[in-house]
Design a protein around this ligand. Sequence first.
Ligand code: NAD
Length: 333
Amino acid sequence: MGRKLRAALIGFGGMGHCHAANYQGQKDVKLVAICDKNPQVFEKGVAELNFGRTGFTDVSGYNLYRSYRELVAKEKFDILDICLPCPLHARYAIRAMEDGYDVLTEKPMARSLAQVDRMIAASKATGRKLMTAQVVRFMPQYRYVADALREEKFGKLLRLSARRNAGMPSREWYRDCRQSGGALLDLHLHDIDFAQSILGVPETVLCQGITRESGGIDDLMASWFFGNGPIVNIESSWCRGGFDATLAAICENGTYEIIGQKVLIHSRDGKTETLDFAKEKSGYFREIEYFARCVLDGTEPEFCSLESVRRSMQVAFAEDRSARSCKKTRVRA
Ligand SMILES: NC(=O)c1ccc[n+]([C@@H]2O[C@H](COP(=O)([O-])OP(=O)(O)OC[C@H]3O[C@@H](n4cnc5c(N)ncnc54)[C@H](O)[C@@H]3O)[C@@H](O)[C@H]2O)c1
């Protein structure tokens, strides 16, 4: 058996727990250490997500640290997995790459395009791999639809419509849009990234939204304009309870609908088929698996490249400007 990579995770809140669970069963990488500035998180064993609580994580098998400095001084590892609040991603990713680690970081990649560019430059300068965990690209039901659209199985895509709603997250940093970017950057980015990964960057966007607790756009509806491309509408909210995420892709000869982990395929001649991806490996498992494979093989993570994620961030910031100015807005570099 080949070498197994060693990963260390920093930020053991909701997503830290989710990532920790998804190292279980990985072939190429094992989680060896967890770092969080708040030692209470190790005692609790569970954390909040914006759609409930995580499962219990038994931390007894990991080396536990209180700071990045202590982690690098005492632990031997290859990959730093960053599950910190968004405004800290750039600082820790750059520092870790300069210290010689490959870096997997949670979305949003960073809080500004300037930070994104510094992260990309650091990856180039150090030769270390960096990937943002845009999990929706890796979810098997979204992957199925993305492939079907690329292959034009039902002909051309005419309209893409997506919706993602969740309650307002409880942690303080989310409730300050200067840190989280509000629902637009934190939640809505998932569907921006999925749509952008298939369709590319629209010429202009029109976003209408409501400013709530975070001071940012926490409930919104966005339309994209490509000139000659499909109609794209994406709706997201932190102002509703529970969690739901759906997508409809209406093509010339049929429609794909994602509801939870199912894909409903309706052909224009009246046939409907349902595919259930619930038993497949999750998007979280797949993103870790993919990144570890790229590190071992020495290949670039092209499936979720830095340039492509940067384009999604450009669209997100253009939507934010559109919502604040109430104007159709050009997506600029
Ligand atoms: N992909 C997804 O589906 C998804 C879902 C939720 C959150 N996220 C993203 O994951 C990231 C983390 O979100 P979360 O909900 O887990 O946040 P959280 O607030 O629950 O957890 C963050 C953790 O980081 C720790 N921390 C903060 N500063 C630190 C530092 N300097 N050193 C060490 N530890 C530090 C905190 O103590 C906390 O335990 C965010 O970027 C968020 O947008 C992604």
